[in-house]
Every structure is written in structure tokens, then in C-alpha cells.
Design a protein around this ligand. Structure first.
Ligand code: GTP
Ligand code: MG
Length: 200
């Protein structure tokens, strides 16, 4: 119920940030969406906010190249991050996004929780582990969100949940509960809204 109320308010695009100096004032709680390129970060923000084109989603990996800030009323920010683990963009450009991503994840005081998106078909990969370790070191609580669960069957679902649970055991900053979602079918979206709304 609280989740529905918060997300029913105005949702606005604030700005795209290309350097830490461009971050908006740290005056409210924020949550971010991190994950490999193409995992579904922008689609999830659109599903959560009920706006099909708020965050730019695309089948081309590397679509989001800035840190995009969205405001939920005046209460909190949703932060769409550039993907990691994408090898096909020019090396110098990838290096720049990745540096910014790491600075953001380790240096934002008002970052209350990082949602780390994991493709339900693939599970936790080495490149994800690197980010999870960075979050441990930065003492940023993170929570895994499985994405694209509409693409797998029940037994695959059970298997990937086990794999993720196994991976999380090594990470002190992990919040143990895994959120299973499909931006396409709407599964898990209300659960995630409620979760974001209750963070303090
Ligand atoms: P980058 O910005 O490049 O890092 O990607 P992203 O993580 O923001 O992914 P994006 O939301 O752009 O989605 C990538 C592709 O996955 C798009 O073609 C989406 O339509 C598709 N996709 C995202 N979520 C889902 C889902 O829940 N189910 C299905 N079937 N496809 C999805
Ligand atoms: Mg994106």
C-alpha cells in the first residue's frame, strides 16, 4: 500500500550525470540499479514507475551511458546506472563509465541500497562478483533482483535462486532476500515498489 502511494506521485527525470561533480545535492535517500549491460535496469525503472519510456531501454547493450537520476516526488531518487561487463564499446569510453560507476557505488553517502540485477537465465558471474565485492568494501547494502524471469521455467528458477544464494554467502553487504522480477509481465514489481517505499 505504501509502495503504491509513493509511486503514484509524480516521477520526473532529474539529470544525466557524467562525473561525480555533477551529482545532485545529497539531500534525500536514493536507491540505485546496477548490473551487467542489457540485464534490464532501465526496463525495471520503467516498470516500477509505470512509465514505458522514462528510462531509455534498448536491445543494444551499453544503452545507458550516464548516471540517470529520477525523482519520486521530493522524497527519494531512483538511479539508473550504466551497465558493466560490456566489451564491445570503445575501450576508452567503457573505462570512463566504469570508473564513474565505481566512484558512485563507493562514494555516495545517501545511497541507501544498491539493487544488483542478475539475469535469471545466467545467474551471478565473475563480473558481478567484482561489483559485489566493491559494495562489501564500501559497506553499501545490496540486494539481488533477478530479471527476465518470464524467460525461464520453474526448475530453472529454483536452480538460479540456489546459485545466487550460494554466491551471496560470501558477501557481508548482501541483504539476504532475493527479489524475482519480470518487467515484461509485472512479476515482483509491486513487491519491489513496497520495498523501496519502506526504506528509511
Ligand atoms: P544497459 O543500459 O545497456 O546497461 O541495459 P539495461 O540493463 O538498462 O537493459 P534494458 O532495460 O535496456 O533492457 C535490455 C533488453 O532486455 C531490452 O530489449 C528489454 O526489452 C529486455 N528486457 C528487460 N527486462 C525484461 C523482462 O523482464 N523480460 C524480458 N523478456 N525482456 C526484458
Ligand atoms: Mg539502461
Amino acid at each position: 500500500e505504501t509502495g503504491r502511494l509513493l509511486f503514484a506521485g509524480p516521477v520526473t527525470f532529474v539529470k544525466g550525470v557524467v562525473a561525480m561533480s555533477g551529482l545532485p545535492p545529497a539531500d534525500r535517500l536514493e536507491v540505485c540499479f546496477a548490473g551487467r549491460s542489457n540485464v534490464g535496469k532501465s526496463s525495471l525503472i520503467n516498470a516500477l514507475t509505470g512509465r514505458k519510456t522514462l528510462a531509455r531501454a534498448s536491445n543494444t547493450p551499453g544503452r545507458t551511458q550516464e548516471i540517470n537520476y529520477f525523482a519520486l516526488g521530493e522524497e527519494r531518487y531512483l538511479v539508473d546506472l550504466p551497465g558493466y561487463g560490456f566489451a564491445e564499446a570503445p575501450v576508452a569510453i567503457v573505462a570512463k563509465w566504469q570508473a564513474l560507476l565505481k566512484q558512485y557505488l563507493s562514494g555516495r553517502a545517501t545511497l541507501r541500497r544498491a539493487f544488483v540485477l542478475i539475469d535469471a537465465r545466467h545467474g551471478v558471474k565473475a563480473v558481478d562478483e567484482e561489483i559485489l565485492t566493491l559494495l562489501d568494501r564500501s559497506a553499501v547494502t545490496f540486494q539481488v533482483v533477478l530479471t527476465k524471469v518470464d524467460k525461464i521455467n520453474r526448475s530453472e528458477r529454483a536452480a538460479v535462486i540456489e546459485q545466487v544464494k550460494g554466491a551471496l554467502v560470501k558477501h557481508p553487504a548482501a541483504y539476504p532476500e532475493i527479489v524475482v522480477t519480470s518487467s515484461e509481465k509485472g512479476e515482483g514489481i509491486e513487491t519491489l515498489r513496497a520495498l523501496i517505499a519502506t526504506l528509511e
